[in-house]
Write a protein that binds this ligand. Structure first.
Ligand code: AP5
Ligand code: MG
Length: 191
């Protein structure tokens, strides 16, 4: 089983690279951001609550997101070679909860891959996407907040996997294929 965490700041290419990883390695893609946006579109109770956090660039409360993940991981995954987690965990509490959930299922994380990229490039990407994405958080004010939250609240989740010796980092600048090549090298070393 290959269970991979794709970690990185907003706009670093987690979603883009996840699609390529899913295709090549036949993993199940779990993006908490996509799940929340679906709930917002459906106008569910969960979606209504999530929207207030997302539009402000804040993280949704840990308990809410952990419950969502628990439900997804509990579902049958026999058709897949593993999972790719995109946007989860992004706090230390979430990382600890994930370990517990996976242990319960006799599964483990193979590696956390951090995509490193400078703020200037991230802001440019997200503002460009914002012209067509319709995402309420793709604007300069919210983006600055998201970057700040990444550095303060999400970095501890990354440190957690460094301590477990399950951490790798790549340079996220370059073409989509170049970045994918770097990610593939790491994944191949875990096969
Ligand atoms: P989420 O949806 O996870 O957003 P994010 O982490 O801010 O990241 P993005 O989706 O904006 O970027 P990405 O890294 O996927 O990059 P992409 O491939 O799209 O979370 C949104 C919100 O939901 C959070 O702020 C929070 O409120 C909530 N949330 C989600 N998970 C949560 C959790 N676990 N706990 C609490 N709250 C949570 O690429 C970006 C752009 O760049 C695209 O236009 C793409 O085409 C382009 N691009 C990609 N690669 C390249 C390249 N190599 N060169 C040039 N352009 C590129
Ligand atoms: Mg994304």
């Amino acid at each position: 089983m290959l269970n991979i965490i794709l970690f990185g700041p907003p706009g670093s290419g987690k979603g883009t690279q996840s699609d390529l990883i899913v295709e090549k390695y036949k993993l199940k893609h779990l993006s908490t951001g996509d799940i929340l946006r679906d709930e917002i579109k459906k106008e569910s109770e969960l979606g209504k609550i999530a929207e207030t956090y997302i539009t402000q660039g804040n993280l949704v409360p840990d308990k809410m997101i952990i419950d969502i993940l628990l439900n997804k991981i509990d579902n049958d995954q026999n058709d897949y070679n593993g999972i790719i987690l995109d946007g989860f965990p992004r706090t230390l509490v979430q990382a600890e909860a994930l370990e517990e959930i996976l242990n319960k299922h006799n599964k483990k994380i193979s590696v956390l891959i951090e995509i490193n990229i400078d703020d200037e490039a991230l802001i440019e990407r997200v503002l460009t996407r914002g012209k067509t994405s319709g995402r309420a958080d793709d604007n300069i004010e919210t983006m600055k907040k998201r970057l700040n939250i990444y550095k303060t609240q999400s970095t501890p989740a990354c440190e957690f996997y460094k301590k477990l010796n399950k951490y790798a980092a790549i340079d996220g600048l370059g073409t989509i294929d170049e970045v994918f090549g770097r990610i593939s090298t790491i994944i191949d070393s875990k096969l």
